[in-house]
Design a binder for this molecule. Structure first.
Ligand code: ADP
Ligand code: MG
Length: 346
């Protein structure tokens, strides 16, 4: 390497800056490549319908710790998080491929357990395993899944489709997966300090499950179709609500105002966050890994979803000039940041 060669730290760009930089120089050769990098899945024009393709990789030591991660759950989660990206396009998943990297630390039985989880997810989400790759790994377990789905052309929900005055909806409850991870890490530390100790997970079952076995919200996609509601812009909540709102805002050229008292949080998530001296709302906004859906609907569609127990109307789209704002329970307005909103926490 010459002394003059430039070296830029990846951290100075961040994940999204790096993706923009490396994918920016690529052009498009095929007319049927409808949408490339930048959404939850790529969109390919198959004539009468769109096909969507998405991939996500999980690495031992980065995304999971096998000292508390059951292999069945890991296999399930690796599929589920990809199905979640298919769901976020308002599409129906059809096929998956699975790549695994293994060291000789793993037995055949261990790999079978991993694949029991993959199979369980294939059954739950009605997808076919159609291929993959198996290789050795010097750095722990790797599992990478690619999912393919289809959607009617007029139903595809792109991140850029939100418009001013749309209602912003979030499914399920948020913050649980992050809080569950805190519990698992705490129990691991206590176990390392005292290996005779049994983990105390009974009263944290819900949040631990939110971390270990997230279930992609295909049920919501089917219900929206039944109720004839077309979500306009959609994204799945993998990195944290605030970050996903920022993506919808940037790509749609709108702002969003959300209301603290409308944010969905489970009681166990709330109580556990407090136990860890964490602000529950910060967990909801920045926690990540909940794999719920965030989408906008037109005001006319509100009535059709009004009574749905698992769809929450958390705010609305505004003019882009207004930016991203959080209205607190006592009516104070704070700018919403993808990370670090806690600095504004009164
Ligand atoms: P998600 O959280 O929905 O899985 P990501 O944030 O991982 O999406 O990725 C954002 C976009 O960048 C997606 O369109 C994804 O396909 C694309 N992308 C991520 N990493 C790469 C890469 N190394 N090369 C090409 N495209 C990438
Ligand atoms: Mg996504």
């Amino acid at each position: 390497m010459s002394d003059k060669e430039q070296r830029t730290e990846i951290s100075s760009l961040g994940e999204f800056g790096l993706i923009d930089k490396i994918t920016g120089p690529f052009g498009k050769t095929h007319g049927d490549t409808f949408l490339g990098v930048g959404d939850d899945a790529a969109v390919i024009d198959r004539g009468v319908y769109f096909e969507v393709v998405t991939t996500d990789m999980m690495l031992e030591g980065i995304h999971f710790d096998l000292s508390y991660y059951p292999l069945e759950h890991l296999g399930y989660k690796a599929v589920s998080i990809n199905i979640s990206d298919v769901a976020a396009m308002n599409a129906t998943p059809k096929q998956i491929t699975v790549n695994i990297g293994l060291s000789n630390r793993f037995s055949v039985e261990a790999v079978e357990r991993l694949y029991n989880g993959v199979r369980h997810a294939c059954e739950d989400f009605k997808v076919d395993l159609v291929g993959g790759d198996t290789t050795s790994s010097a750095s722990g377990l790797v599992i990478s899944v690619t999912a393919i789905g289809t959607v009617d052309k007029d139903k595809v929900a792109l991140r850029k489709n939100a418009e001013k005055a749309d209602i912003l909806c979030a499914t399920g409850d948020l913050g649980g997966a992050f809080v569950g991870l805190q519990i698992l890490n705490r129990e691991k530390q206590e176990f390392l300090a005292n290996p005779d100790m049994q983990p105390k997970l009974d009263s944290y079952k819900f949040v631990v499950k939110r971390q270990l076995k997230p279930v992609a919200r295909m049920d919501i996609i089917h219900e929206l179709a039944e109720k004839e509601v077309a979500p306009k812009a959609m994204i799945d909540i993998s990195d944290g609500l605030a970050s996903e709102i920022m993506h919808l805002a940037q790509q749609s050229g709108v702002g969003f105002t959300i209301y603290e008292d409308k944010l969905p949080i489970d009681k166990q998530t709330y109580d556990t966050a407090v136990e860890f001296n964490l602000d529950p709302i910060t967990c909801v906004l920045n926690g990540g890994e909940d794999y719920e859906l965030l989408f906008t609907i037109s005001q006319e569609d509100h009535k059709k979803l009004e009574k749905h127990p698992d769809i929450h109307f958390i705010g609305y789209a505004t003019d882009s000039k207004q930016g991203l704002n959080l209205v607190t329970k006592n009516n104070q307005v704070f700018p919403l940041k993808a990370q670090g909103w806690q600095h504004f926490n009164p």
